[in-house]
Design a protein around this ligand. Structure first.
Ligand SMILES: [Zn+2]
Length: 352
């Protein structure tokens, strides 16, 4: 009996070797920060999304892409088990500080312990002129990422302690790959069977939205995209370009504002700032029209449970998860809606 069992096992092992079953790959999307805008509420990290892709054995962790790097991204990545030195590429939707201020911290840490490389790709829009007379430049942001620490003498101090560190500070570890955002999707980064494309979207000059395609599924990261028509009358608050990018995507991760922050909500929130974000109901419409399966709301304005958004008090009190899912449900979207919290994740393929 025992021998039969052993030979049976050997036989099946042999059969497996003769015809190896393809190991399944997976795509994991984790919200590294869900705070909307510059305020901070109960320790929430600033905007960011981690996208991991790889084999199921390796928990989808063969490739790690970070989209936006708000305050506290390093902490959330450490909780997600991803050291900053292991990030393959970083993508910025736009240069608002609540989406970028964590990068200095990430790069300084990388410089301390990973000065030997590899460099990290920083994918972002090329310098964009604002009609207000200045320009926004991701390249300048990257070049000057360590300036405060260089000028304070901290970089010189650390170099004296360890000469293997790069003499120019953390900026030397960034490889800027900028692109001119267009109204049609263009490929901006790829590695192996993963490609990332970008499309122009409206928020502040240089805003871009991204899509990651992998054999295990696809995810769109809308960032703070809004409609090209900046205020009503218009068909929707969402971006037509993001909707194009999201056609047939499995997941859309998108910054969200609740209709309560609108001009009729009594919060006093500035209407131009309300109108440049996508509201939760319109995001549901976008997801439904684009055939998206999962909508992950992030960068929530206001945060669930918060009595105010920065200085703007909510007259009816804090919102609940159901206030957000209810606002999406009004659109008739029948996929999954995830109301973002830091470190919430979704893995494809979805296992029951
Ligand atoms: Zn924002």
């Amino acid at each position: 009996m025992f021998r039969t069992l052993i030979s049976g096992l050997l036989f099946s092992a042999g059969a497996l070797m003769a015809q190896p079953a393809l190991a399944e790959n997976c795509l994991k999307v984790t919200l590294t920060g869900t705070q909307g805008g510059p305020p901070v509420f109960q320790g929430q990290a600033g905007a960011g999304t981690l996208v991991q892709y790889g084999s199921e054995e390796n928990k989808c962790n063969d490739m790690r892409l970070q989209f936006d790097t708000g305050r506290g991204t390093t902490q959330r990545l450490s909780q997600a088990g991803v050291p900053v030195g292991k990030i393959d590429a970083i993508f910025l939707s736009h240069l608002h500080s609540d989406h970028t201020e964590g990068l200095a911290d990430m790069m300084q840490l990388r410089w301390h312990f990973n000065s030997g490389g590899p460099k990290v790709d920083l994918v972002c829009s090329e310098e964009t002129k604002s009609p207000l007379g200045f320009s926004l430049s991701c390249e300048r942001f990257a070049t000057h990422i360590g300036d405060a620490l260089i000028n304070s003498g901290e970089i010189a101090q650390r170099l004296a302690e360890n000469k293997k560190r790069l003499p120019g500070g953390p900026a030397e570890l960034i490889n800027v790959k900028d692109f001119k955002p267009q109204d049609e999707a263009q490929e901006v980064w790829s590695k192996g069977d993963v490609t990332v494309s970008a499309i122009r979207s409206t928020h502040i000059p240089g805003h871009a939205s991204y899509r990651v395609d992998t054999p295990a599924g696809s995810v769109v990261i809308g960032g703070d995209a809004g409609n090209d028509v900046r205020k009503p009358p218009r068909e929707t608050s969402t971006s037509g370009q993001v909707e194009k990018l999201a056609q047939g995507a499995d997941i859309v991760v998108h910054s969200t504002i609740h209709p309560v922050m609108g001009p009729d909500g009594g919060t006093g929130f500035p209407p131009p700032i309300y109108f440049r974000q996508s509201n939760a109901t319109d995001l549901g419409h976008l997801a439904r029209r684009a055939g998206v399966k999962h909508l992950m709301l992030t960068h929530l304005i206001p945060p669930v449970g918060a009595p105010r958004q920065g200085p703007y008090k909510l007259p009816e009190g804090a919102l609940t998860n159901e206030d957000y899912t209810g606002a999406v449900a009004e659109s008739g979207f029948d996929g999954t809606t995830i109301v973002g919290q830091d470190l919430v994740s979704l893995t494809l393929p979805v296992k029951n």
